[in-house]
Every structure is written in structure tokens, then in C-alpha cells.
Design a protein around this ligand. Structure first.
Ligand SMILES: [Zn+2]
Length: 216
């Protein structure tokens, strides 16, 4: 059930029933509290101000073990890793909070990309999350309508503007008022912003955001 090699360094065996070896367990940049998670959002121009519930596992920086983990999850087919880290996230998130009203909504990727990749990493994180918290997942509530081939040419504002028109809510799904929005990494906050804008349109919505990482 548990990985043979540490999910971070891929070199040493993890501790019993853990995902990381002892050394990584000690050195990985874990976000230790909700206050620290929220503090990491300060200065993110696009993260919606109304969202005050945010949980995340790691601080994300370039060329780090965390960046490698995310890369494996998104581009190297390691969906199992996403699910296992989703379990960690489920164990960590707001354990004192009553989440019975909530439904998990993974940030969607476009169908074309899902087909190429074979999975949506946010859905895999959600699967792990729900193993510990037993909350329903709605993969079909939020839909990604645009497939951005390359965003690198655009600046931050243009990207954010383009993203706003990249999501829609399914007309067939019952309305959800309490949502845990799950993504892999929060960088500028513009993806969450674009999703949140759509979610609000359908109904007044309480949104908790959970991710594996937050960039700093
Ligand atoms: Zn390690």
C-alpha cells in the first residue's frame, strides 16, 4: 500500500506507513497551520478575498522536492502520488470543522488535456481526500471550456483575464452551496478566482480551498 521509495527524494525508504523518508520528513517545507497557509496567500493578487478557509500541505518553490513531486503528478503519470497526498491533505484539513454539508469540486482540466494525461490530478487528490473525510466528489459540476495551449506568452493580467472565461457550471447538476475546491498548487490565485466567480454565479456559496502546495 505504501511507496517503496520516498515520494520526495526517490532515494530512501519511507518510514513505516509514511510517504517520505525520515530526512525528507524533517526537511520538506510543510505548512504547519491554517494561519501560515493564509499568510502565504497574502500578496497573491488574484486569490479571492472572500475565501478565508485555505489548507495546504507544502510551500512550493522552483527547483525543490515539492516542485518535483508536482511535476511527477502532472507530467509523469504519477496519479497514485496525487491520491496518497490527498489522504495527507484530508487528514490535515480543518479536522475540527464539520464538513458534512460540503461537496468536493476538483479544479477541472479540459477534456482534451484529460485525455492526453489520462487523469485529472485534482480529481486524484480529491479521491484521497475523501478516503479520510468521506465527502462526496462532484467531478462534473465545474467544467473547463477552454484548452489553453500555452499561457507562457501572456502576462499575468492577460492570463487571469483569459482564465475567467475558461470555466462554466454544468446546467444539469443540482446547485451546491458548500464546496471544497481542490487544486494541485496555488500560484497567483487566478485559477481559483476564475472558478470561484463561476461558482458564485450559480448560488451563494461557501468555499474552502485545499491544495497540495502554495507558491511563495
Ligand atoms: Zn526522502
Amino acid at each position: 500500500m505504501f511507496p517503496k521509495l520516498c515520494y520526495a527524494c526517490r532515494e530512501y525508504e519511507p518510514l513505516n506507513n509514511q510517504l517520505f523518508c525520515l530526512s525528507c520528513q524533517e526537511r520538506l517545507p510543510f505548512v504547519s497551520s491554517k494561519e501560515d497557509a493564509l499568510a502565504a496567500l497574502e500578496g497573491k493578487d488574484y486569490f479571492p478575498e472572500e475565501i478565508s478557509d485555505f489548507s495546504t500541505l507544502f510551500y512550493f518553490t522552483k527547483d525543490s522536492h515539492v516542485a518535483e513531486i508536482i511535476h511527477r503528478i502532472k507530467y509523469e503519470g504519477q496519479y497514485r502520488m496525487a491520491k496518497d497526498l490527498g489522504v495527507l491533505l484530508g487528514e490535515k484539513i480543518l479536522l475540527d470543522q464539520d464538513l458534512r454539508k460540503y461537496t468536493i469540486v476538483p479544479v477541472p482540466i479540459h477534456n482534451k488535456r484529460r485525455k492526453d494525461r489520462g487523469y485529472n490530478q485534482a480529481e486524484e487528490i480529491a479521491k484521497g481526500f475523501t478516503m479520510v473525510r468521506d465527502i462526496p466528489i462532484a467531478n462534473d459540476y465545474l467544467i473547463r471550456t477552454k484548452h489553453d495551449k500555452s499561457q507562457t506568452a501572456k502576462d499575468k493580467n492577460e492570463r487571469s483575464e483569459a482564465l475567467k472565461h475558461s470555466f462554466t457550471i454544468s446546467p444539469y447538476h443540482e446547485r451546491l452551496s458548500h464546496i471544497i475546491l481542490i487544486d494541485d498548487v496555488i500560484t497567483t490565485g487566478s485559477t481559483i478566482n476564475a472558478c470561484y466567480t463561476q461558482l458564485k454565479k450559480k448560488s451563494p456559496t461557501h468555499v474552502i480551498v485545499a491544495s497540495l502546495g502554495v507558491s511563495i
